[in-house]
Structures are given as C-alpha cells and as structure tokens.
Write a protein that binds this ligand. Structure first.
Ligand code: ADP
Length: 384
C-alpha cells in the first residue's frame, strides 16, 4: 500500500503518524525540505503542488495520490487522472473545495441550505452595487479560490468599498463570490469519511470558535443543539454522496435563527476534526488513509462524552519554548500535538486535545495547556 500526499504541512505530518502505524508507505510531495511532514517522512519529493513533472514522479512511486491542501491546479490533476493516475478525492469532487463558486453552484442545484449569494466573474465583471441591494449591507466578498483561514474574505459596508475589493480581486484574475452577511449564532463543523464504493461513516458535529477567520477551539459536542447537530451530520453525508467525495469531507456551517446554512467544504483532514485523534476510536487521519486506499473504515465512535481541541499559537510571551512545553505537560490529561514549527507570534504551532466526562473541565484543561505554550487568549472568547 503506497500513498502519495500533495503538500507537506501539518495535515500530511499527522497522516504520516497513522500511515506508519498501519504499515502504509507514504511519500510526501513537499515544497520545502523543512516543511513539517517533509522532516518526518522517509520518502520525500521536493516540488510545488502545481509542478507537473513532480506530480508525475509522485504518481510513478505510489498507488494513490491524496492531498493535504487545496491550493492545486485542477486542470493539471484532471489530466493526470485521465492518464490513469488515481487521485482521491477526484479532481471532479475537489473542485467544490478548491472553488467556492463551484461549491455554491453544485450545492445550490441540490437545494441545500446556504447564504444568499451572487457571482461576479472576471469574464462578466458586472457592478457589485445591485447585488448589495439584493443581498443587503454589509456584504461578504470572497475570493473564489486561494483563500484560507479567513484570508480572501472581506466584509464591506458600502458599494464603493465593495467595488474596490471586487476590482482588486479581478485584477489578480480571481473570480468573486458575494454573500449576504449571515447573523451567526454559532459555527459548527461536520465530518464524514467515504470510500470509493460509497460506504461512509460520520462523526458527531462539533462546535467551532473562529476569531478573525482562524479556528481557535473545537468542542464536542459543545453547546450545540442535538437536533441541529444531527441535521449537520446528515447534510455532510448527503454532500459526500452528492459530490462523490473519497476520503474526509469537512463541512463548515453556521447556525442562524435556529437553522443551518453551509459555509464551506474541505476534502482532507480538517482542523475541526483534530479532536478525533484522542476522542474517537479512529482518527480522521487514519480513516482518510483507509478511504483513499479503499480499505474498511474504522469506527467513528467517541471514546469519551466530551472532547475539547484548542489550537496552539506562537506569541512574544514565550522566550523559552522548552520551558513552556514542560509547563503545559503538567496538565496530565492534555494530549499535545505539535507540528515541529519554530515558534513565531501568530503562527499555528499545534493543538491540544483533552477528552473526558465533563465538558467545562476538558475545555479548561485544553486551554491551560495551550496557554502554557504561549497561546494568546482572544478577548472575544468566552470566559473559561
Ligand atoms: P476561509 O476559506 O478563508 O476559511 P470562510 O469562508 O470559512 O473562509 O470564512 C471565514 C470566516 O468568515 C467564517 O468562519 C465566518 O466567521 C466568516 N464568514 C464567512 N462567510 C460569512 C457570511 N456569509 N456571513 C457572515 N460571516 C461569514
């Protein structure tokens, strides 16, 4: 069993951990030799995700190719697939994770719940003002491709500013998705894994907290309403089937006025699923590997009633990271997952998972470990 991973970031690095345990040989296509996964992998090819020669070399070495990010050239992957290379998820499914316009269009055809939206492409650069009148101000303007962690998402109050953002994105050759600004009561994510034949398994939906577009914590089940959580889980299964996703599908959603709307999709292990490493029988990384290699899926059952996963960020407060590490390890039930990056203020360095019987306790313990590592506590977040 040989799997190739496009991208050498932390997701690839965590895939490697499970691949190693299962005796699966993994080759990483990394841009830099010091990328998180490249440092750990025994087999590394150096090259960009959009380097066709490097992709062909990777294809030559492995049975199936998967990805740790979505900054890929779909056309190039499509050509590779047409020449017989197995890519999972397929470029056809992947386009709905790469391109937010494709995603809205495909899910719209199935009448799935989404924010009201409009599209302004570079080939038909209509004025944004009429869309603003239809969707209401403020508007959310998104780069169709290339954004992550809130980069590429702009909230604008008026037509003049909106037009400036659209023009700037168009000048960079990027199509634009324009959305109503949803009054978000809660953010959540649903995770499902699917095999090529259609067998799928899902984890319970989780509550997520973003600050400035960046995920800070994930709570299972958090304060989610049980019926909305079940609806989110069912929606994720529906979408995986609809788009023919193979591997992990993460669906990010909002709760607004007691109902769900879909924000976006990822087709790879996702930050909102890191808790599965310590709170579920099978982690999202292991099940992603099993799915793309068409192996039986592992159980997605929870191993505790509550799980908290808190992201660790670098800060100026920590001058001696080794010391901070020792401090964080004082919390006995905290499971640290560090990505091997050198600490820099604002840089995501890892995450902490805590599983247990009591929601507030696991959350507090996960934060205590993350804070000990220097993670700044965002003022927007609820008091612990
Ligand atoms: P990215 O692809 O960069 O992760 P997202 O589409 O997930 O961007 O948006 C980042 C954040 O911006 C979301 O987590 C949410 O808080 C906010 N956001 C996105 N779309 C909307 C919207 N239509 N209405 C209100 N807030 C939104």
């Amino acid at each position: 069993m040989r799997v190739g991973v496009i991208g050498g970031g932390q997701l690839a690095r965590m895939l490697l951990e499970d691949a190693s345990r299962l005796g699966i040989e993994a080759t990483i296509l990394a841009e830099h030799a010091d990328d998180g996964a490249a440092k750990e992998a025994s087999r590394v090819l150096l090259g960009a995700a959009t380097d066709e020669a490097a992709l062909r070399r990777l294809a030559h070495e492995v049975d199936v190719i998967t990805l740790d990010h979505e900054l890929v050239d779909l056309e190039m992957l499509g050509e590779l697939e047409a020449s017989g290379v197995i890519i999972r998820p397929s470029p056809h499914a992947l386009r709905c994770a790469v391109d937010k316009i494709e995603m809205r269009t495909e899910l719209g055809k199935a009448s799935l719940p989404m924010p009201a939206y409009g599209i302004i492409t570079t080939s038909d650069p209509t004025d944004v003002a009429p869309l603003g009148e239809r969707l209401g101000w403020p508007l959310v303007i998104k780069a169709a491709r290339g954004g992550y962690d809130g980069r590429g998402v702009f909230v604008v109050d008026d037509a003049k500013r909106a037009q400036a953002v659209v023009d700037e994105l168009h000048a960079a050759g990027i199509d634009v998705l324009v959305e109503e600004k949803v009054a978000i009561d809660q953010e959540l994510a649903a995770l499902v894994v699917r095999r090529p034949g259609g067998q799928s398994a899902s984890w319970p939906a989780v509550e997520t907290a973003q600050v400035g577009g960046v995920c800070r914590e994930v709570l299972v089940p958090g304060s989610l309403d049980g019926s909305l959580a079940a609806q989110a889980e069912a929606l994720a299964v529906t979408i995986a089937e609809l788009l023919g996703v193979v591997g992990i599908l993460a669906v990010e959603l909002f709760v607004t006025n007691g109902r769900l709307v879909i924000n976006e999709l990822a087709m790879r292990p996702h930050n909102s699923g890191h808790w599965t490493q310590d709170g579920s029988v099978t982690s999202q990384f292991e099940n992603h590997l099993r799915a793309v290699l068409d192996l039986p899926l592992g159980s997605t059952r929870l191993t505790a009633d509550h799980v908290a996963s808190v992201n660790v960020f670098g800060s100026d407060d920590v001058s001696d990271f080794d010391h901070a590490l020792a401090d964080s390890l004082v919390i006995p039930d905290a499971k640290l997952h560090l990505y091997g990056k050198s600490p820099r203020p604002g840089r995501k360095l890892g995450h902490v998972n805590v599983a247990g019987a009591d929601g507030p306790t696991v959350r507090r313990h996960a934060w205590m470990a993350a804070l000990a590592l220097g993670t700044p506590m965002p003022p927007e977040m609820e008091e612990l």
